[in-house]
Design a protein around this ligand. Structure first.
Ligand SMILES: Nc1ncnc2c1ncn2[C@@H]1O[C@H](COP(=O)(O)OP(=O)(O)O)[C@@H](O)[C@H]1O
Ligand SMILES: [Mg+2]
Length: 211
């Protein structure tokens, strides 16, 4: 089986994941890579249905139910889309993945991190991203941007919750420095995209003569 490459974009709400995913996909497509773009929670029919429940501002979901719904979405997305794509040699770009559950449900909600690591492992069948770009925006700036487009259920949480989530991402970056590359999302959208692309090119070993 050909082995593709699995990139995740992660970070607090409003940090620029969706914006940068599109630009990264475009640049890789220009280099003739076969790209699959997806997101969590969602990316498949079943998981997009669960996404609506998870993010609806009026849903009342207990912390454990929330954790399991995220893991259910991840299991479906991994099995149905990500693994087949990677096994057929494609490059998968996914907005959020297992790290987000450690940050939000582990640090934000205070659920046991070891249990989340185990559940992540079950949901992903052991798959880990080859590279994670962590957009390290300040909580204040990210929320300002996210709120400008209307709040979903998690964005509605208080400032302290989002601060804890931000700490969770920093903790992850320190724990997995080889996989997680921190990018400061300051400057223009194009400048950030360039920064991300340089990291991706290095990790994917895209040689200079291909650029
Ligand atoms: N570098 C940037 N400078 C200013 N605004 C940005 C930048 N990157 C993204 N935005 C804007 O911020 C908002 C949130 O970006 P988005 O990509 O949707 O973030 P996320 O997917 O991480 O929640 C969007 O309105 C987007 O246009
Ligand atoms: Mg987004």
């Amino acid at each position: 089986m050909k082995k593709g490459f699995f990139i995740t974009l992660d970070g607090s709400d409003g940090c620029g994941k969706s914006t940068q995913a599109v630009l990264l996909a475009k640049r890789l497509k220009e280099l003739n890579f076969d790209i699959v773009c997806t997101r969590e929670p969602g990316g498949t029919k079943v998981a997009e249905t669960v996404r609506k429940i998870l993010l609806h501002p009026k849903s009342r979901i207990s912390p454990i139910a929330e954790l399991l719904l995220y893991e259910a979405c991840r299991a479906q997305l991994t099995d149905e889309l990500i693994l087949p794509a990677i096994n057929s040699g494609k490059v998968v770009i996914c907005e959020r993945y297992s790290d987000a559950t450690i940050a939000y449900q582990g640090f934000g909600r205070g659920l046991d991190r070891n249990i989340i690591f185990k559940l992540n492992n079950i949901a992903t069948a052991g798959l880990e991203p080859d590279l994670t770009i962590l957009l390290d925006i300040s909580v204040e700036k990210g929320l300002d941007r996210a709120f400008a487009r209307g709040k979903d259920r998690l964005e509605n949480e208080d400032f302290v919750f989002h601060k804890k989530v931000g700490m969770g991402y920093k903790w992850l970056a320190g724990k997995f420095p080889n996989r997680i590359k921190v990018v400061k999302p300051n400057g223009t959208i194009e400048e950030i995209s360039e920064r991300i692309f340089n990291i991706v090119a290095k990790q994917m070993k895209i040689t200079k003569n291909k650029l």
